[in-house]
Design a protein around this ligand. Sequence first.
Ligand code: PMP
Length: 375
Amino acid sequence: MAFGWIDEQAAVRRRAGLVRTLRPRPAESPLLDLASNDYLGLARHPEITEGAAEAARRWGGGATGSRLVTGTTELHGELERELADFTGFEAALVFSSGYAANLAAVTALAPHGSLVVSDAGNHASLIDGCRLARGTTQVVAHADPEAVRKALGTHAGPAVAVSDTVFSVDGDAAPLAELAAACREYGAGLVVDDAHGLGVLGDGGRGAPYAAGLAGAPDVVVTVTLSKSLGSQGGAVLGPAHVIDHLVNAARTFIFDTGLAPAATGAALAALRLLRREPERAARAREVARELHTRLTASGHEAVRPDAAVVSVRAPSADQAVRWAADCRTAGLAVGCFRPPSVPDGISRLRLTARADLTEGQIDRAVGIIGDTRP
Ligand code: PMP
């Protein structure tokens, strides 16, 4: 049978307790949410939903075409200018997702004969970018500028190092300034994915590269998502104008993809403007993360010290992680659950999102439920 092998794979997955299922989220969930990536609590903010609605009414339900044909509206241009200005980079280019932005940045900057040095903890979208790139990829130890230096030293010709700024599994940050210094020694570019840094790190949420003094650097390219702290959907690449022009001409996930929907563009623009007016939201997300970490470790949980808004709590096994997350849910708390194969080291975790809009009472409740349901 043509697809018989799929059933064999499914049986293996079932035996290992690793089957994934989709669960619709009710519009008005009774659960306390520490699972989403809505770091600043903006996804349902009236200014953001109105930004989406107004853009849809004016420009339509979809972008109607690729960016180079009919899919560019003036909203896209506004969002690109304001994103570049906010993060301190010369230019920006908006994509239909952060995933597409990462595929674009890595493939377009790693031509035939080039070297891509990729952190072992990188997000799947960066890994897929490496797989699609014409250059050769070398995976190096996690958050290790010396390993990057060593890899770059083996290669003559164009090279880039690629890293998340904040790693999505453990919420730890990359040593960006040191990575940039390593790249500069070898004349290599640095591509960093600030999906979890934008809106959370740096002055008023300007992002991890800004915090590391790399904003506007001629040899640094940043990718972001609009779907986490900005409460919308979509992605962007930020960098020097000539790099952005190159992406318009060479990045396949830009050229052959329909432009970002007007509603998502309008929502992201509204969120960015709100963040500029209310910069304290970024610091509050970091504060909530530190508080969650302090209180969980004080009650004996093993949690990674958070550099941004992701708090990772170790579970004894994949089975127990799944049961722990399910018990939290029954008790009224939604948490993320990371287990193999999503985690490269095989260590399962609960993943908590420290949202800027969590109240002290909600933090108490969350810590209480996590403690009460501990396996
Ligand atoms: N990079 C990282 C580090 C992410 O966590 C994610 C989202 N899971 C992405 C990229 C992809 O972004 P998007 O969801 O906008 O495609």
